[in-house]
Write a protein that binds this ligand. Sequence first.
Ligand SMILES: [Zn+2]
Ligand SMILES: [Zn+2]
Length: 214
Amino acid sequence: MNMIHVEKFIVNPLQENSFVISDETGECILIDPGYFYPEEHDEIKNYIAENNLKPIRIANTHCHFDHILGVEFIRNNYHVPFSAHPDDAFWIEKATDQGQMFGFEVKPVQPTDSFLHENEQIKFGNSGFEIIHVPGHSPGHVVFYNEENGILIAGDVLFYGSIGRTDLPGGNYEVLISNIKNKLFKLPDKTKVYTGHGPETTLGFEKNTNPFLT
Ligand SMILES: [Zn+2]
Ligand SMILES: [Zn+2]
């Protein structure tokens, strides 16, 4: 079995969870890089250097501005491609405006270099994640599932005891609920869920206790 390591960084004023995921080869992918402050840039650079990691791509669950604040920093430093689902491309164009709505300055982010589609794999080292399309919080929201390690990187679809907001452009409450129930709750209950904000949970715990889903 290929053990994968998930490192979480809680970043930017929205307390977003950015992940670096690596395996025994040292190759890694960066998911939802929201690094914003200079000290957050230092922290991620030091982590990669100290662990001798080799970033090979940025893969985003979705493209709300708090999840892409660090994309250009990572691109410039490691020359890796940025990929996300095509239905969230409009959020990249809106990043500066959306940031302004939340009261802070966001530099423009260039479009993705490649797209992520459902049922494709994201590969790194000897490992990989399956891509599952889960719209509702945003239209191009995807989650990343590694069956062997029982890990789901869920972005802003599902939180500990809650779900993602559905009032932003392209959001849809009914679509979100039915996607969680029909796609995510088909996976094993013991699957560990890494969320886009807040603590980790499991699919079984949310299935049994989450007030939006029981
Ligand atoms: Zn979001
Ligand atoms: Zn978010």
